[in-house]
Design a protein around this ligand. Sequence first.
Ligand code: SAH
Ligand code: SF4
Ligand code: F3S
Length: 439
Amino acid sequence: MSTKKKLETFHISTYGCQMNLADSSTIASSLTTRGYRRVADENEADIIVLNTCSVREKAEDRVFGRLGEIFKHKKRKPHLKIAVVGCMAQRLADGLKEKAPHVDYILGTDRQFELPDVLEGREGTHEVMTAFGHENIDAIQPVKENEHSGFVTISRGCDNFCTYCIVPYVRGREQSHSADHVVEAVNKMVNEGAAEVTLLGQNVNSYRHEGTDFPGLLQRVAGETGVRRIRYMTSHPKDLSRRLVDVMAEEPKLTPHVHLPLQSGSDRVLRQMGRVYSYDHYRKIIDYIRDRLPYVSITTDLIVGFPSETLDEYEMTLKAVREIRFDSAFMFRYSVRPGTTAAKYEDDVPEAEKIERLNKLIKIQQDIAFERNQREVGRVALSLVEGLSRRSKEYARARTDGNKTVLFKTHRPPVGSIIPVKISSADAFTLHGEPVEEN
Ligand code: SAH
Ligand code: SF4
Ligand code: F3S
């Protein structure tokens, strides 16, 4: 008889983007189906899974820090198994063992769903697997994220190769799921209680499966499922079509929110980044969106300190932010990603200068977010109730149609309901309001 302790429980932590969250739900569900029990406390786990991100150096450093902590558990608990999956596993493969020799399994972005087989040592599986290629991507089953909402990945990978970005290397070439798969997955989540789904892709606008393009897919999901709210991300400005905006304007299930990464306000920097649109083109899309969708929220991603970015070019980003007035923005300082085209350029903006540029940008954007949120005061926003506020148990937390957090006073929030909330005040990050009667 083997004296090996049986692996029974697992803990999974997710780093990075929403696609990783979606993948983690699928991995967790596949483990549960095979008899493993998910635990909320890492100390109780026999298997610790880290689903990782490589988009910036800091994201990878955090995982290495965490692995250092986990190794301490392993000393106390030798049967503990550690699996690193996702983008960092894909990028570093065997190399990860040099910095973290105690990791047991390394499964890349196309292999991570085989974790239950790997744990059981099924024939043909290995401890390190990073080969690209799914036999059939539609076999990956999306699973609801929580009681009231879920993510459905519509396309995997990316073909854009923006010069700074690691994603095309770690996620591979773009592949779209079939429209039938997406519709089925949404219907399944709705049957299990989801009011909202978010459709995910690195560049949803290039979705294409047989005859269906992205606006066509949205029409199918809206028409053929009982979902009440549909979100999506991310859009690439080079191919966000007017037809998409028109479909959003016509279909009430589609929430008025567009996440459209600008990255830089300078055309020269945009060219160096390989983004293939100009600032002027970007502005025209925004004008059209705002014209067709009056209460739309527009959010973005911005990078400062890209190689060779001059102070003047950086100021063009500030100017763009002041002109466009985003509802919110994710703002980053450029981080060199080995193997990308931009890694060959000299990373010549000093770190201290990058930090200064970023802090100034954040401050300007914060004031704009505050001002944009004041526009909401007085209006009634349909909001999905998500739970209690993280800070105070006297408040419920809900998400408006425009994807902003709104808090209202109650001890018993109707989680999963979409209710009208009248906005009474706002700061740069949060709205406050009161539920009103529907009429
Ligand atoms: N597919 C999405 C974005 C994926 S990565 C898109 O194209 O919009 C999310 C964001 O991280 C990017 O929009 C970019 O702003 C930022 N990012 C990507 N690589 C980066 C790098 N090397 N340094 C700093 N920020 C980066
Ligand atoms: Fe990266 Fe560009 Fe692809 Fe987005 S579109 S994932 S930034 S390469
Ligand atoms: Fe990070 Fe991979 Fe997403 S690199 S941003 S987790 S696709």
